[in-house]
Design a protein around this ligand. Structure first.
Ligand SMILES: *[C@@H]1O[C@H](CO)[C@@H](O)[C@H](O)[C@H]1NC(C)=O
Length: 346
């Protein structure tokens, strides 16, 4: 970013004949690129689920790779309707809580700029909400224990988000939980809310919650769902579903392409080999304004397959947006934004 701006200014200096209008354009271009780059930094990363297999390796080693922008701890799988909350982190914390040994690892990830979320639910567990009041109680439990640095089962941590991976139980009151958590994040420190619906549309458990518009990140699972996933050589069902999801959510809800990190991570399919992902799928989905990146299930399979190593340089939409910004600046007639900033008639 700084390098690009420096290059532009240097080129300008080498040409003392550059008109005043030209210099003005270059300054605008620099501002434009900086703005676009900072917004692109928000999107186009990899999110990964961690915690369902000891083969994940430690949270620290996961974050050390530098491959991920979000790591999602999976799962708090027992909660609601008066249940005592419990999680399943495979063997990472022994059989049961507390798991305060994760505190320094979570903080290590956060210091590297990686967001750490806690995921609620999962494919196996005992969870549901019994009433709006129950949603309020669960929201407060999550807030007090994981989101504001108070002592809790993971130590004194301020996680960056709460993920809803609701795949069982009842479909009631998840919208209430999202609204309660949203009210809490407005009070003090902002944290993300995310949802991981199945691609099959609309999602039975999460649709009502997704309609609140409160999920910053929507990790759609384009796997184990043959009607809406990739199958060898065929991107049509996947792209239809992608378009449906990205136009369904609000523009400020970014959508992640949720994929298995290896074929065996999703017994009912959806795996996309890296070369297909890079040459066919990412160039298509990255054009969507609310594209957020790629979500991988899960860290363990990614350790074995090195999927994220192979795709990480292709997930960001930065390059594409940069080219557009430059061409808009060179051909300002094509850019309403620049016209607006310059307040000059063309
Ligand atoms: C998205 O924008 C709507 C307003 O259009 C707002 O109500 C909602 O809170 C926003 N969602 C997020 C995740 O910022």
């Amino acid at each position: 970013m700084g390098y690009l701006a420096g290059t532009i200014i240097k080129k300008n200096k080498e040409n003392p004949m550059a008109s005043e209008r030209h210099s003005w354009m270059l300054i605008l271009l620099t501002i434009f690129v900086l703005t676009i780059n900072s917004s692109a930094a928000e999107s186009g990363g990899i999110a990964v689920y961690w915690g369902q297999n000891n083969g994940d390796g430690s949270l620290t080693s996961t974050c050390e790779t530098g491959n991920y922008k979000i790591v999602i701890l999976a799962f708090l799988h027992v909660f609601g309707c008066g249940r005592t909350p419990q999680w399943n982190f495979a063997g990472h914390c022994g059989d049961w809580s507390p798991c305060t040994k994760l505190q320094p690892e979570i903080q290590y990830c956060q210091q590297k700029g990686i967001k750490v979320f806690l995921s609620l639910g999962g494919a196996a567990g005992s969870y549901s909400l019994c009433s709006p009041q129950d949603a309020n109680e669960v929201a407060n439990y999550l807030y007090q224990n994981f989101l504001i640095g108070q002592d809790g089962p993971l130590g004194s941590v301020s996680l960056d988000g709460i993920d809803f991976d609701i795949e069982g139980g009842s479909n009631l009151y998840w919208d209430n939980l999202a609204k309660e958590l949203d009210a809490l994040r407005q009070q003090n420190e902002y944290f993300h809310l995310s949802a991981a619906p199945q691609c099959f549309f609309p999602d039975y458990y999460l649709d009502k919650a997704i309609k609140t518009g409160l999920f910053d990140d929507v990790f759609v699972q384009f796997y184990n769902n043959p009607p809406c996933q990739y199958s060898s050589g065929n991107t049509a069902l996947l792209f239809n579903s992608w378009n449906q999801w990205t136009s369904y959510v609000l523009p400020n809800n970014t959508v992640f392409l949720g994929l298995p990190a290896a074929p065996d991570a999703a017994p009912s399919g959806g795996y996309i080999p890296p070369e297909v992902l890079i040459s066919e799928v990412l160039p298509y989905v990255k054009q969507t304004p609310n594209y957020g990146g790629v979500m991988l299930w899960d860290r363990y399979r990614d350790v074995l397959s090195r999927h994220s190593d192979q795709i990480k340089n292709h997930v960001s939409n930065y390059a594409l947006r940069f080219v557009r910004a430059v061409s808009d600046a060179i051909y300002p007639d094509g850019s309403a934004a620049l016209r607006h900033i310059q307040k000059k008639p063309y």
